[in-house]
Each structure stands twice: as structure tokens, then as C-alpha cells.
Design a binder for this molecule. Sequence first.
Ligand code: BES
Ligand code: ZN
Ligand code: ZN
Length: 510
Amino acid sequence: MKVQVDRRDGLTAAADITASGVFERPEKDDTFPRTLQKEDEATRGLIKAAWARKEVKGKRKELTVFHRPDGKGRIALIGLGPHAKYTPDVVRRAAAEVVRGFKGKGARTVAFRLGSFVVDNVRSEAAVAALTDGAILGNYEFQKYKSTSEGGVEDASIHLGEEFSRDEAALKKIVNDQATIDDVVVWTRDIANLPADTASPERLAEEAVALGKEFGLKVSVFDEKKLAEMGCGGILAVGSGSSGHPPRMVVLEYPGGARRGRTVAVVGKGITFDSGGISIKPAMSMQEMKFDKSGAVAVLGILRAAATLKVPPRVIGVMCCAENVPSGTSYRPGDVVRSFNGKTIEVINTDAEGRVVLSDGLGYVVKQYRPDEVIDLATLTGAQVVSLGDDTAGLVSNDEKLAQGLLLASAATGEPVWHMPLTDYHRELVKSEIADVRNSTEIAVAGMLTAAAFLETFVGTTPWAHLDIAGPAYTTAKTRKYQPAYQNIGATAFGVRLVTRYLETAPPRG
Ligand code: BES
Ligand code: ZN
Ligand code: ZN
């Protein structure tokens, strides 16, 4: 989808849909909103009449459609909820509601009237970014396997009108920058949505190689032979049950923008299918485990965004890819495997495989690149979903500055993150009787945090942040209805906007 800035008033643009925001009306105040005066004139009073009969309440998600008597398309009013709770994220959701609301309804163009969204604390800069974000992400659908399409909105425009036309150049730049990152999110979702028969570790490696070619990035692919030479016993063990889809570790290098110096490593869990292995999962919902590669695919997206936007730091991406399936050659509960950094892992449960593949990726990137910071993204634990739900990622870190930087980026992008603690109690729980660490604890407590304590073993003292994205990485038909309209069913590419923002804005360490 294309998003453009237009200095004309939206009502004169003759788009199929002209969209404006409407706030929830206060209890005892029936005054017709001043911001909708022109919309009302264009409908020759239909909107005022609807307001008077309380058809339009301004509640969030409420979409009311008026057909213009002059035949120049339709006017849509999208509810923004109460003034007191108005934020850029409300705008993002509203834009997504509008484009989704017109799927299969014969509308190809949407014109947003900016004036109705620039209210209270939401300035024009934030509003245009949020409209762009919501429109592009809300319009996304994974089309690859559909033989027919309902047809939807193809182009959106944001109309400045007289009020904002003098800021045109600045607002255009904001919209273009936002569209650039959103296009990367769409690209990432298309890969993350591929099922496991297609998106094998080899295929993910091919995607990385193709990305490298497109942007001139160095990409190294380590196959099972090379992984054995390197001593990556974790990835090899997890991938050992698969026939036909052998494991891969992929390293991508973006050299950094103008100011060199800082290196940030981004490491992702890339389990192309997580059946649980010998510790097999129940059949119910197992199909969702094609999304267990979301962390590694987010790393691809982050590298694409870094190279497109030319972020200041050098960025090293590591994708730890394997298929976790049971067979006669699978790794077993009770096995002890040696990770890249020499530490040994007692396998208690083959379904706790994410931390096992990440151990190699983290150990490798820390030793090989000595990064200033490491961020990992992983659909790591069911415990994350239980404790924070499927919208909010868990953040665990050994470095306050890095954690704060990610929280700021989270607030700016609207990808929710919650900072969780990591203590010696969690570290104690992952100690093994016979090896350095165990991959699953004896008592089932704080599963997200014991997983993080396990990972910490492999980063040493390097500043590190772990994002457990098990919940927010994807939505299903069931969870989708509770999520904002910009998260369609399937992969969300959670983390791409968040980490990219961090890379763009975080000050150098020192
Ligand atoms: N891939 C799963 C975690 C997951 C659960 C992701 C739900 C997305 C949605 C992970 O590999 C896993 O199975 N973790 C186990 C660990 C346990 C055996 C220690 C879990 O969380 O139950
Ligand atoms: Zn698992
Ligand atoms: Zn998994």
C-alpha cells in the first residue's frame, strides 16, 4: 500500500473514502464536534442528524459510513474513544480499523483528514506517523495461498488542508520514513507466515543471502558440517531429528552508518517447526509452532531496516535455525550437549529447544564480534504468554541502560514490552547436577525468567537484553479479535519496529 501526503482538503480529493476521527461524546454534552463541520456540510446534514439520534458515539472501533449525496464517495467516521485517553496508538488503531473496515467493500482509496486527528497531546508529526503505520500494517494480509482476493484499499493519502499545509515538507518526510519501516514489516510478515514445509532452515538462509545481495551485506551460512567443526552442539542437537531440513546458523553484517564505533548484535530463535521433539507437544494448536521462527525472521527484518534506513551502529544479525521434530535420530531427554562457548547443557525436555539453539548463537556472536550490546528475540516460553498475554513481550536484561533504551523505543513504536526481573533464584534453578546448566527446571516456576537465566550463561558480562515474544509474535483467529486492527491473523513481525527504533535513536555507549 502506498501512503501519500496531500495538501488539499480531504473532502475535495474525491477518494472512495474520506476518513475523520470522532471522539467519544462526554456524558452530558451533546454539542456537535466543531472538527466535523465540513464533513457534515458534504453530507448535507446527514452527520448532524446521526449525531442527534446518537448513532455516532465516538467509541473506539465504531465506524460509521455516510454516502455523499453529491456522489463523491463515502465519508467514514472512526471512533477515537475519550479525549483523556487519546494517544498516537489510538490513531494507529483507528487508521487500521478504517482500512480493514473497507475490505471487500469496493473502496480502493482512503483520504484521512489530518485535522480531526491532531488533538490534545497528539501533534501533527505523531499523527501522520501513526496514520501511516496503522494504514499499512492494518491493510496487511498474507495472500500467498489464497486463490481469490476480496480486494481492499490500495492507496491512502493524508490530507493537510489549510491548517497544516505549511508543514508539508516535514510531514512528508515523516510519512516516507514511517512507510519505509512499515514496508519492511510487511516483508518480514510474508516470510514469518510461510509454513514449515516451505520455510526450512535452508530457505531462511537463502532469504538472508538474497537480502545480503540486495543491500551489499556480508552473509555467512554455517551448514551442519561447519556447525560441527565450530562446536555448535546446541543447534546440531535440536536439528538432529529432522530428515531433509538440516539446521543452519546465519550471520549477517551491516557495517554501520556514518559514525562507526558501536556494534549491536541481534540474535533470533529460528525453529521452523517446534513439535516439541521427543518431549512431543499435544496436537491442539501445534500448527501454531510454524511461528516459532519469528525471532530469527525478525532479525532478517531488522537487518533489512538497518540497511535501508542506514542506522548509525554496526549491526550483526544471527539466526539460529533448526526444525525440532521427533525421530530415531532426535536428541533425547537426558542427553548432554556442549555449546559453542564450551558450556554443557543437560537436556531435560527437548521442547525447551529455543534456549539450546540460542546458546550457540549468543556464544558465537559474543566471542567473534565482541559486540557492545546483544539483543535476542525468541518465541521462547509458554510462561511469557501466561504472565503477560499475547500482546506484551517480556524483557529481561543485565544492563539498565539497554533496557531503558528498549522501553523508550517500545513506547514510541507501540510494541508493548514489560521489564521483568532476573535474580540469583532464577540462576539457581537452571543449575544441573551433571552439567553446567539444565534446559528445564525441576520446579515449574517463573518459566520466562529461568529461560532468561539459562541464556545469560552464554552472554557472560556483555550488556544483553532478551525479548520473549512467544505471545506477540503472531495472532490466531481466536486471539486476533482482542488485538489492535493493525495485527492481522498470523505473524506480526513483532520486534522489527521496536529494535529498529532503538538502533536509530539509542545514543552510543560511553
Ligand atoms: N516454542 C515454545 C514456546 C511457545 C509457546 C511459543 C507458545 C509460542 C507460543 C518453546 O519452545 C517451548 O515449548 N517452551 C516450553 C519450555 C518448557 C518445556 C521448559 C514451554 O514454555 O512450555
Ligand atoms: Zn519447544
Ligand atoms: Zn520453541
